[in-house]
Every structure is written in structure tokens, then in C-alpha cells.
Design a protein around this ligand. Structure first.
Ligand code: KG4
Ligand code: ZN
Length: 340
């Protein structure tokens, strides 16, 4: 039996649609929203309007690029949350209407779980090993930093999470302090590649257990710059590469410290990262480096599956479809929605 899923992702500022057939990604379209660039962050009202404008053309293109016809779609999946309520509503309403019109099942997906499940997306013509279960995943997105175990039945156990800012927020907020546009993570990544990671020292938190904290680093970074700018108003411009490299290194050290502890504590050696910050080139190479000294098998999602995309919603929905986990029309989006 072949299963074809149309998946929609609209939790934040990207409108995405994907076709997944039997775990293989046939298409994955993403319409980015440039309207937010001017504001230094995502403006929720503008995001929902852009989703409304984008959703039909993006779904159309996803179906065309997959080379299938609408009547081959067995179920429609959407992101229920967490995310911006107005943005989620656009995707949820579209998916509900589509399920009704086509008389096919509806499947709701948790966006955070979908980031983790991106490791199971298969790409036609590119056979890659899939992680074995249990799998230890560091989820690092714009709003979340969590250490998670994917158990044998694909259920999730949380080992630790951030008590304040997420790693993505640390990148974005520090980038903003340096005058970089939103989202700052990718910009810091590219400046960091040309800088000296040992140029400056920033604080590392002392947090119990397997939890994270990034708000102290952000404050430390802010005060550090404020003091240096007093001495030289061009300090940032002159040092942007070294600042980026040192900051990125600090964030990676903080992330890896707890990941190593989680691996040791759980005894799991199938290790991966997921979410937008998993696109960070420093974090990716550091993980591969760590794997050399340990018996880790490391899984790095393709770049296009790290930031928000509908293929990850589709793969999660595919496994739910196999378990017949369908959703009624009474469902509604959730701005806050725990992964466990
Ligand atoms: O997972 P995601 O696309 O959206 C959420 O669900 O939050 O993550 C977005 C986050 C932003 O904070 C962005 O700055 C960060 O991922 N990000 C990066 C990189 N690419 C995206 N951070 C560091 N280095 C990157 N290359
Ligand atoms: Zn995300």
C-alpha cells in the first residue's frame, strides 16, 4: 500500500507545502516572507496575511513539482503548534477545508516533534541510513532548546530544556545588538567562519542537570559591547568576525557540554541535532569532531530540513497515518504545545 501525504507548515514566517510518499520527499516548497526584515523580528499580523497570500500557490506548486494529481493524496497534515496563532490558523483552516473537500483524513502535527522527525525524511535517489531507536536529539530552534530521546515507539522523553532563552534566541538577540538583521543566526555563522573563536571570552552558565540557560550570555555580550564601544565607537565593525566566532563558539560549547552528559547518562550512541540552529556550520563540524572521539553515530539533517519546512510535517504525519492517528474537524491550533 502506498501512502501519499500533503503537508502544510505555517507556524511562523515561512509558508511551506510538501508531498511525502511512503517516507520519500517528492516536493518541499518554501515561500519566505521578506516583509519582516525591516522590523528586526517577525510581525505576527503581517505573517498571517502573507501566509494567506502564499498558501494556495505554494500547495499548487508542491503538487505540480511532485508530479502527482490531487486525487492521489491520501491525507492532509498541518502544524497544530507551537507557533504564532494567526499563522497556525491559516494552515489549519486550509488543511481542514482541503480534507473536507477531498474526503480524506486530517493529521495534526507538533512542530517540535516534526523538527526531530526530519531525520526520517528520505530523498529519492539519495539512500542514507536512518537513525536507530532510541535516538538522542538536541533540538535547537528559534524558540526551543531541548535534549530529547526518541523512544522505540517514536514517543518523546525530555531530558532537559532551557530555563530561559533558546540557543536560536541567543544568536538572534546578540546579532541584533551588533546591528545585524533578523534572523541573525545565519549571519553570525558566516562572519564566524572568518573569525578567531578564541578572540573574546564570554560567560558560560552553571545550570544543574541537563538544562540550559542562555540569557546570562546575552546580557554578558551586551555589557561587553557597551564597554568596548565607549573606548572605540567602531569596535563592532572592526571586530565583527572575531565577535561572531567567539560568541558562536561559546553557544556551541554550552550545547555540547550537556549533549555529552546526556549521551553518557542515557548510554545512547545514535545522536542528532534538529531545528534552525542545526544549520550552523560550527555546530555541525563540532558534532562530527566529537563523534571521532566517542562511539557516536552522528546524524545531521540536510540544511533544507533544519529550518522550518513542510517535509518534516509530512514525515511525522506519515508515521501517524500508519498508526491511523487522525484528527477531527474540531481541532484548533495551539500557540503553546509541548512535545511530550
Ligand atoms: O527551527 P527554526 O527555523 O524556527 C523555529 O521553529 O523557531 O529556527 C530558527 C532559528 C533562528 O533563531 C535562526 O537564527 C536560527 O534558527 N538559525 C541559525 C542558523 N540558521 C538558522 N542559527 C545559527 N546558525 C545558522 N546557520
Ligand atoms: Zn521550527
Amino acid at each position: 500500500m502506498s501512502v501519499t501525504i500533503l503537508a502544510i507548515e505555517s507556524s511562523c514566517d515561512d509558508t511551506s507545502a510538501s508531498i511525502i510518499r511512503d517516507g520519500y520527499m517528492l516536493s518541499n516548497l518554501i515561500a519566505n516572507q521578506d516583509v519582516h526584515r525591516l522590523y528586526g523580528g517577525v510581525v505576527p499580523e503581517l505573517a498571517s496575511r502573507a501566509h494567506q497570500a502564499n498558501i494556495i500557490p505554494v500547495v499548487d506548486q508542491a503538487i505540480i513539482q511532485a508530479g502527482i494529481s490531487q486525487d492521489e493524496i491520501d491525507a492532509v497534515a498541518f502544524t497544530r503548534g507551537p507557533g504564532l496563532l494567526g499563522s497556525l490558523l491559516v494552515g489549519a483552516s486550509f488543511a481542514k477545508g482541503y480534507a473536507l473537500a477531498q474526503s480524506i483524513p486530517l493529521i495534526e502535527v507538533n512542530h517540535l516533534k516534526a523538527h526531530v522527525m526530519s531525520h526520517w525524511i528520505k530523498v529519492p535517489g539519495k539512500e542514507m541510513p536512518l537513525p536507530e531507536l532510541p535516538f538522542l536529539c538536541l533540538l535547537v530552534s528559534g524558540g526551543h532548546t531541548q535534549l530529547l530521546i526518541v523512544k522505540d515507539d517514536f514517543s518523546i522523553q525530555e531530558l532537559g530544556s532551557t530555563i530561559d532563552d533558546a540557543a536560536g534566541e541567543a544568536f538572534d538577540k546578540c546579532a541584533k545588538v551588533m546591528g545585524l538583521t533578523y534572523p541573525g543566526g545565519p549571519l553570525i555563522d558566516s562572519y564566524a567562519s572568518k573569525g578567531n573563536k578564541d578572540a573574546f571570552k564570554f560567560t558560560r552558565p552553571r545550570i544543574a542537570d541537563l538544562n540550559y540557560s542562555f540569557s546570562g550570555l546575552k546580557t554578558n555580550f551586551l555589557y561587553f559591547l557597551r564597554d568596548r564601544i565607549k573606548e572605540d565607537k567602531d569596535f563592532i565593525a572592526k571586530n565583527i568576525e572575531d565577535l561572531s566566532a567567539s560568541l558562536q563558539q561559546t553557544i556551541i560549547d554550552i550545547l555540547l557540554d550537556k549533549l555529552v552528559k546526556a549521551a553518557n547518562k542515557s548510554g545512547i550512541n545514535q545522536i542528532g541535532i534538529a531545528g534552525g540552529v542545526a544549520a550552523n556550520s560550527g555546530l555541525r563540524s563540532r558534532l562530527l569532531e566529537e563523534a571521532k572521539h566517542r562511539d557516536w553515530e552522528v546524524f545531521l539533517p540536510e540544511f533544507r530540513f533544519t529550518t522550518d519546512n513542510a517535509a518534516m510535517i509530512g514525515i511525522t504525519a506519515y508515521y501517524k497515518y500508519l498508526n491511523k492517528e487522525f484528527t477531527g474537524q474540531g481541532t484548533s491550533p495551539l500557540a503553546r504545545y509541548s512535545i511530550t
